[in-house]
Design a protein around this ligand. Structure first.
Ligand code: SF4
Length: 331
């Protein structure tokens, strides 16, 4: 049986296999570990909740929305394949965890990073940059690759037994699968995915928000996951609901000068128009709203324009535009 030591730390936790194994490796030598995960409109923390429940580890959830908005606005080390500022994001998460560790008077921050696993963000140089930028390099432990990296303070002074950490390197998952079997971890999500900042189509919408200076507007960030987005010729943005959940979400967003177009007497989408839209863009939005409705016998649709949840400013019969003509405006 493992004796529990009074050495305590927070381990960054996505719920993926590597983050689970990092905690297992630390707990096996009696260290006290809690998990920490970061929430924002771009990440799904469902796997972290599930993984923490599987391991029986306490999960700390930290709102990271302002941090990641800052980094998307200005990533000191640039983006990965899309708008994912992975190096800076890792460093900021470790910094936030480190601040919490110091505030609690605890001993270390751990991560599930594996040397050489990801060509851009987990090579030796990137891990070094992250360690330097996070501000807590002295207490940062990477249990899965620790023996291949310089020892940090809790390893040097014996609070953490370095001999019982690992020397995993590279993209093969073989060693992780062996460790998973050793610790009886049988359920974990696949390694890829989970962050919308890595998805190029999503980033078309994000780039538009960034150009409009709205990266720190939480409502706008939430709206990125709702509906089809169009950049209209006059500069307004239109979001067309794709289903009932989208339509309900859009109907709750008729605030801060936004308008909502909705069909009357025929099924169709709710369509949110950004604040300050020109009369031409509003007319275009109504015609596009009509284009996504089930066609009436005449081909025309009554469209109401709401300026608040319970007040409509106008109602008129609208001729649908050809959807093909709007193709170039899709974000
Ligand atoms: S994939 Fe997303 S959450 Fe992960 S480090 Fe990169 S930007 Fe951050």
């Amino acid at each position: 049986m493992t004796m529990e030591k009074h050495v305590r730390g927070l381990s960054l936790f996505s719920g993926g296999l590597d983050s689970m194994l990092a905690i297992c490796v630390l707990r096996e030598q009696g260290l006290q570990v809690e998990a920490i995960t970061f929430s924002s409109p771009f990440f799904n923390i469902g796997p972290a909740k599930k993984g923490a429940a599987t391991l029986g580890v306490k999960l700390n959830i930290v709102d990271f929305t302002d941090d990641i908005a800052d980094l998307v606005e200005n990533p000191p080390h640039g983006f990965g394949g899309a708008m994912n500022p992975c190096i800076d994001c890792h460093a900021r998460m470790i910094r936030r965890a480190g601040e919490e560790v110091r505030a609690r008077g605890w001993d270390f921050v751990a991560t599930g990073e594996v040397l050489g696993q990801r060509p851009m963000s987990q090579n030796r140089q990137s891990l070094g940059i992250v360690a330097k930028d996070c501000g807590v390099a002295d207490i940062l432990v990477r249990p899965l690759s620790a023996k291949l990296l310089d020892p940090t303070a809790p390893e040097l002074d014996g609070r953490i037994d370095r001999d019982r950490l690992c020397d995993i390197e590279g993209r093969s998952r073989h060693r992780q699968q062996e460790l998973a079997a050793h610790f009886g971890v049988t359920e974990y999500p696949s390694p890829a995915g989970g962050c919308l900042l890595t998805e190029k189509l999503f980033c078309n919408k994000l780039r538009d928000i960034k150009a409009r200076g709205l990266l720190h507007d939480r409502e706008e960030l939430e709206l990125l996951r709702v509906g089809r987005h169009f950049a209209l010729p006059g500069g307004a943005r239109l979001i067309v609901g794709r289903n009932k959940a989208d339509n309900e979400h859009l109907q709750r967003m008729i605030t801060n000068g936004r308008l909502l177009a909705r069909p009357i007497g025929t099924p169709g989408p709710s369509c949110l128009i950004s604040a300050g839209a020109s009369p031409d863009d509003i007319a275009t939005a109504k015609a596009l709203c009509a284009a996504y409705c089930d066609a009436s016998a005449s081909g025309c649709v009554r469209i109401r324009l709401f300026d608040s949840a319970d007040h409509f400013a106008s109602e008129e019969t609208t001729t649908p535009m050809n959807r093909q003509d709007a193709h170039a405006w899709i974000l």
